[in-house]
Design a protein around this ligand. Structure first.
Ligand code: C5P
Length: 287
């Protein structure tokens, strides 16, 4: 830690597959997903201050709006950590936004996870990873997975996580000027009587060995049919990525971003030329 505070990268994620198994009694959905952190990242800096304050830079360049004030997940994370850390104090949390907002890339959860890790250090809370994961689960379903920093297989509501091995892969991300709220996407899945995808074992094997030719056609997300039915432009982007030569393409999280898998960096850059504002990224990010 320096006098400038603690600075952390908040990496976005892709869901290489997302399998929805059913609605639970508590309203959440039982799911299974391979969560892959990618190089695209926000920056989170925390400094000591009186009270808690979040400032966001760079959001004006991005589609959608960053929830301000009490809805900002970084602030929710700071408050949740303050509840369990005896040494908590004030902090100024400065977020530099690069991840499209509400695009299914886990930007808010990434900021929350990075805030928990940075404040744990700034305040000297010394909470262990399991306790931080519990705090993270209270902030949002994706936060425990984002705290790990590497690929994870996520189950339950999102709180059951196991590290996974994924070879580095290159992706083209196409985002839109709107997001899809997760409660909506999951409710549409219920309303439409949508289905659950296949056993992900072959996909996990291909992801581990880095056989992208095999992996491409195996990518899936059970939230695609309900979201595509209401936002045909997302389905169109997926079709266009495949036409442009992507080995596979899949919507991330509840959308609206779509990720196209490529053979390598040069191939990703070539595909991205056909899409305005597309981002070329790789995951897992280099340590
Ligand atoms: O936990 P989080 O705040 O990220 O979840 C937002 C909403 O997404 C939940 O209120 C729920 O409607 C939906 N969701 C779900 N099943 C999950 C995760 C999220 O139904 N496993």
């Amino acid at each position: 830690m320096t006098r400038a505070g603690v600075l952390r990268e908040a990496n976005a994620k892709l869901n290489v597959f997302l399998r929805v198994l059913g609605r639970r009694g508590d309203g959440y959905h039982e799911l299974e997903s391979l969560v892959l952190p990618i190089s695209l990242a926000d920056g989170v800096r925390v400094r000591r201050a009186d009270g808690l304050r979040v400032t966001v830079k760079g959001a004006e360049r991005l589609a959608g709006a960053v929830p301000a004030g009490g809805l900002n997940l970084a602030l929710v994370a700071a408050l949740a950590l303050g509840d369990v850390c005896e040494r908590s104090g004030g902090a100024e949390i400065e977020i530099t936004k690069r991840i499209p907002v509400a695009g299914g890339l886990g930007g808010g959860s990434a900021d929350a996870a990075a805030t928990l890790l940075a404040l744990n250090e700034l305040w000297g809370c010394r909470l262990d990873p399991a306790t931080l994961a519990d705090v993270g689960a209270r902030v949002g379903s994706d936060v425990p997975a984002m705290l790990v920093g590497g690929p994870v297989l996520m189950r339950g509501r999102g709180e059951l996580i196991a590290p996974a091995t994924v070879a580095r892969s290159w992706w083209v991300i196409v985002s839109f000027g709107f997001g899809v709220r997760s409660p909506d996407a999951y409710r549409w899945w219920d309303e439409d009587g949508a289905s659950s995808g296949p056993d992900p074992e072959p996909l996990l094997d291909a992801a581990e060995t880095g056989d992208v030719e095999v992996l491409g056609p195996l990518l899936f997300n059970d939230l695609e049919p309900p979201v595509f039915a209401r936002h045909p432009e997302v389905a169109e982007a997926k079709a266009r990525l495949l036409e442009a030569g992507a080995l596979g393409a899949v919507m991330s999280g509840s959308g609206s971003s779509v990720a196209g898998l490529s053979r390598d960096e040069a191939h990703a850059k070539e595909i991205a030329l056909g899409f305005r504002g597309a981002v070329v990224t790789s995951g897992p990010p280099a340590a």
